[in-house]
Design a protein around this ligand. Structure first.
Ligand SMILES: Cc1cc2nc3c(=O)[nH]c(=O)nc-3n(C[C@H](O)[C@H](O)[C@H](O)COP(=O)(O)O)c2cc1C
Length: 211
């Protein structure tokens, strides 16, 4: 069998309740949800490598491969705590919160708790804004390839663009040069403790067929 035939025949076919035949890949895409609560079970290096492989196979115009994935270990996460506390205090004051200490603890745990915490960066092109926009799009493709690969192995993930992902102190702590790379977010990942249901727009509301 030729290589292409192997690829085309590889997805396992499933029969949906409405009688529409769906590939298991289609099922995988449709079932993915952002996961916010994780168990403590570690994610294996094999699953991480597969996710990185999936990310590196994302499309990029002119083969720029603008993405980079920084896995944040315990020591790096600890170094982020003063910045997280600073940002949490500003947010609490803005919301006139009466639980400032608890707000800060919650914000810290969002960074220290996930089994995997990955900062995703995209290459900047200050002199070519169109290239930078295309590279951002490519990095999002790579990020989502990674999310889908993890999901295929039972691992949930959530993309976060909270203040900590954008603060200049974060760039310093992670040794990322903000003039050449933009952190487009943090990916938190681990085995799901809970998966939410999310209502999506019906397909007929997001499509227009033009003649
Ligand atoms: C660019 C981007 C940034 C996001 N940032 C956050 C975030 O900072 N905090 C958060 O709770 N969820 C964040 N999310 C996750 C969305 O809230 C989530 O995708 C949405 O609720 C839909 O749920 P689903 O991913 O399960 O379909 C982000 C998603 C995207 C695409």
């Amino acid at each position: 069998m030729g290589y292409m035939n192997q690829i085309l025949s590889s997805p396992q076919r499933l029969m949906q309740s409405d009688g529409v035949e769906m590939s298991s890949f289609q099922e995988l895409i449709n079932s993915r949800r952002s996961v916010y609560k994780f168990t403590d079970e570690p994610v294996s290096q094999e699953i991480i490598q597969a996710a990185l492989q999936a990310a590196s196979n994302a499309p990029s115009h002119k083969h720029t491969h603008p993405w980079k994935f920084y896995f944040l270990g315990e020591a790096t996460r600890k170094r982020l705590i003063p910045t997280i506390s600073k940002l949490a205090k500003v947010k609490s004051a803005k919301l006139q919160s009466t639980t400032v200490e608890a707000d800060s603890e919650r914000a810290i745990s969002k960074i220290t708790k996930p089994p995997l915490l990955i900062a995703v960066s995209s290459k900047k092109s200050p002199n070519d804004k169109f290239r930078e926009k295309e590279d951002y799009a490519a990095t999002v493709c790579a990020l989502h390839n990674m999310v889908l690969s993890l999901w295929a192995n039972g691992v949930g993930a959530q993309w976060s663009t909270g203040g900590i992902t954008r603060d200049q102190e974060t760039y310093q702590i992670l040794s990322i040069d903000s003039s050449t790379e933009e952190i487009i977010g943090f990916l938190k990942a681990g085995y799901p403790a809970k998966v939410r249901h999310v209502n999506k727009k019906p397909v007929d509301e997001i499509v227009a067929y033009l003649d």
